[in-house]
Every structure is written in C-alpha cells, then in structure tokens.
Design a binder for this molecule. Structure first.
Ligand code: FMN
Length: 450
C-alpha cells in the first residue's frame, strides 16, 4: 500500500507486477482494453473516442448552454485552441520494431514522488457547473486511480472536503488563484498543507479572465453568484474579513447552476442569495480581478510554502529561465487550453522553444526544475509527443471534465483509464518500455511532418 504519498512497490519496471496505489503494475493501464472487450454493455461513456465523449457532454448540458460555453469555450476566435491541436499533428512517432517491450511501466517520479503515470488531473474550476458531485467526484476518481489531482482555487467545494473524497494517501496538489490579501493567501497555504496537498501550483496566466465570447454571450460568470468560490467561503481569514464565520460544505451550489434563477432570487430580495452575491463580490476583489502579480510576489509564496512550488501558464523560454533563478521547482508550459489569449503560441511549440534553452535543459537534467505540460492533450500519442519534446508529466484538462459531465466519478475514471491505456500501448508499439525511454528524446523517437 502507498503510505504518506510514497508509492508502494518497486522502482524497477520488470519487477513491478503486483503493487497498487501510486505504483502501477506493468501493463496495468493497457489491461483496460481487456476490460472494455469483455464488457457486453460497451464503454462506460458510450465511446472511448474523445470527440464522441465531448459530444456526449455537450448533450448532457444542452439545457445549460452557459455551462457548456464555459467548459468548451476559448478566448476570442478560438485560434489558440486550434493551434494547440494542430501542433501535435506536426509531430509523428517513428516506431522501432523487434524489441522486447512486453513488460512496460509508465511510472514517473516528479518532485521526489513516484506516480503511476505521467498524467496529472489539471485544475478545472467550478465543477458544480458540470455535475452535482462536482470536485468530489473528480477527487474520488483520481484517488481510486492514484493519479495526482490538482484542485482549482476556484473550486465549488472546500479544500478539506475534496481531500476527504480524494483519500488519506492519495496524491494531491493545490492551485492558487492569488488573493490580494496576504493573510488570506497564508491561510489557504496552511489549509492546503494541513489537508495533504503536497505541491502548490500558482497560475500566472489568469490575472484577469480572458476575452471569452461564449461566457460574455451567455452572461455566464458563476463566481459572481458564489459558485466556484467555496475555497474562500470555507476560509477563516477570508470570512473573518467579511465579518462572518466560514461556511463548510454543508450548503453547496445547486445543480444545475441557473444564472437566471439566481438573478430572479436576487431581485426578489432573497436574503441568502444577496449574502452570497455580496461574498462573491468580496472574492472578486481578492482574486482574478485584473491585479497583475510579479516575480516579487512569487517570492512571497516561496517564503510561505515549503513544498514544491510550480508556476502554471508559462510559454516563453525567458520566463522559465527566470523561474530557475527564482528557485521555482516546476513550470507548467500551458496556454490555459487557449482560453486566455487568442492568437497565442501553441503550448507544444512553446515547449519545443523552451527545451532549446541550455539553462532549462541543464536545470531539468540536474533535478532543479521539473517541466510539465498542458493544453491540447487528447490521446495517448499526444502524451507520447509532449514527453518526447521534453515534458516530464502532462496535465489532462477538458477530456476528464467531459467525462465528469457525462457520468460523474465513473466518467472521470473512464477517460483517464482510456488515455493511459492508449499511451501505454502506443509507447510499446513504438518500441519503448518506460517513459525514460522517450522523455526529451524527440530527435530519436519523433519526426517533424513535412
Ligand atoms: C472549464 C475550465 C476551467 C478551468 N479552470 C482552471 C482553474 O481554475 N485554474 C487553472 O489553473 N486552470 C484552469 N483551467 C485550465 C486547465 O487547467 C488546463 O490548463 C487546460 O484545460 C488545458 O487545455 P485543454 O483542456 O484544452 O487540454 C480551466 C480549464 C477549463 C476548460
């Protein structure tokens, strides 16, 4: 069994056939194929095709067009989102044959902890918009599979109840949307530590929400109605500043979230709704409100967080080099799935450029910096390509949220099991046994399509 965040089992692929929890048995993920072929009812989500699961999620939210627009939508014309996907298509895998890759192991070690795969569950805010079980379903799914979960700072459940749903020994990280008030920040960090979140992810590409036509067209801003601010509502420092006691999760946002209904209640003078809108406005004065932070502010976090500190939303090599100088432990190369800047560099091209930096490569090789990646990952071969181009782990974003929307916990599990089975098979079919065989080895294992 895993203990205190340390995975059970062996570090040796050939020897890892029986452990559970963080450590994955060889072939564990591709074993899902057998499960699918022996299930007379077919795949749990009706399909394993990411596009079909996305369509199923759209169907599920057909009466909540604002929620669908929030989940699926992007900045501006959506060009960055498309660029993310197109960038993957430009790299092709060059398989090697007649190697014994029967026993495969896709475990990785990040920040000194071994995880069963390179997959990390990306922070996605406000999950109460998508499923009544919201973050708890996602946390249960991640905990059941032993994959690390990143809880969004804009969650619709508290850090504590998500930790409980995730499980006492499950790996979890906390993503911070930076409050203006230092006492609130320090309180969040203390709660994260106390609830077993081992790493802190600070998202630096969302000091304000981008220009998102879908949200603007639907007048969809759940945070303004108190949906997605439960991390704050459960915080003693934030609530004390509002002259109130912290709310637990006894009262959670209604599902489906219906902005028109909340507006009507507000107009009718409903006291509870009015209080929530007032608290939401106070949260809005704290976070994601156009107050831009600097590296100087990151130093404050560095001083107040002992564990790994990871900066999410970096795209320029120069910024990664600064992160190294600032003693940051990890970066997540990400453009937020194309939701922040229209016409931005794709995340994969950004990764390629970043990995050309001698300083970055040296820091990565020396174990000083961990490079993670997200934006656009949809298949196992996308994971393969991101790792080959230099990432040490990847964050899966919208695909699992589509699974959540369709089927709650089971949906999140199905999506993660599918993409990891796909990745493990792709790795083997390409002639490799472990992540180390391909990580940073694009020159050997990929070719750029003409
Ligand atoms: C609905 C939605 C909400 C998100 N909320 C957050 C968040 O609260 N914090 C954060 O750092 N990133 C957030 N992200 C960005 C994801 O963590 C991730 O970077 C992105 O989804 C990757 O792009 P992809 O889903 O297209 O692969 C959100 C993304 C979506 C789709």
């Amino acid at each position: 069994m895993a203990q205190d965040g340390v995975p059970a089992g062996s570090t040796d692929a050939a020897d890892s056939t029986q452990e559970k929890s963080y450590g994955a048995a060889a072939g564990r993920w591709s074993g899902y194929v057998r499960e699918l072929f022996t299930n007379p009812n077919g795949p749990p989500l009706g399909s394993v095709d990411p596009d079909k699961i996305e369509q199923a999620a759209r169907g599920k939210l057909k009466d909540s067009p604002g929620a669908w627009g929030f989940l699926f939508g992007n900045a501006g014309s959506g060009s960055t989102f498309r660029a993310n996907r197109d960038a993957f298509a430009r790299w092709q895998i060059v398989p090697r044959m007649l190697r014994d890759v029967t026993q495969r192991n896709i475990e990785v070690t990040l920040f000194g902890t071994k995880y069963p795969s390179p997959l990390i569950v990306a922070p996605i805010g406000c999950q109460a918009c998508f499923h009544p079980d919201a973050e708890l379903a996602t946390a249960r799914a991640a905990g059941a599979l032993g994959v690390p979960l990143v809880l969004s700072g804009a969650a619709s459940r508290s850090l504590e109840s998500v930790a409980a749903a995730n499980g006492p020994h499950a790996p979890r990280w906390f993503q911070l949307y930076w409050p203006r008030n230092d006492a609130f920040t320090v309180s969040l960090l203390a709660r994260a530590k106390a609830s077993g979140y081992s790493a802190l992810v600070v998202t630096v590409d969302t000091m304000a929400i981008g220009w998102r036509p879908a949200d603007l067209d639907h007048t969809f801003l759940p945070f303004a109605h108190g949906v997605g601010i439960q991390v704050a509502l459960s915080d003693p420092a934030f609530m004390a500043a509002q002259g109130r006691a912290p709310h637990g999760d006894a009262e959670v946002p209604a599902f489906p979230y219906d902005p028109a209904r909340v507006r009507a209640l507000y107009e009718a003078g409903d006291a509870r709704t009015r209080e929530m809108v007032e608290l939401a406005a106070a949260w809005g004065r704290e976070s994601v409100n156009g107050t831009f932070r600097t590296w100087e502010d990151v130093r404050f976090l560095r001083r107040n967080w002992e564990g790994p500190l990871i900066v999410k939303g970096i795209l320029a090599p120069q910024d990664v080099e600064i992160a190294i100088d600032e003693g940051i432990d990890g970066v997540i190369v990400s453009n937020h799935g194309g939701r922040q800047i229209d016409g931005s560099i794709s995340s994969l091209v950004a990764l390629e450029r970043i990995m050309k930096s001698q300083k970055v490569r040296g820091a990565q090789a020396g174990g000083q910096l961990t490079v993670l990646f997200d934006s656009g990952i949809r298949t196992g071969s996308d994971i393969f390509r991101a790792l080959a181009l230099g990432a040490q782990g990847i964050l899966l974003g919208r695909p699992w949220a589509y699974g959540l929307t369709v089927a709650g916990q089971a949906g999140v599990e199905a999506v993660i099991k599918s993409i990891l089975a796909d990745f493990e098979l792709t790795l083997g079919l390409a002639g490799h046994r472990t992540v180390a065989d391909i990580q940073g080895k694009a020159d050997e294992v990929l070719v750029r399509a003409e």
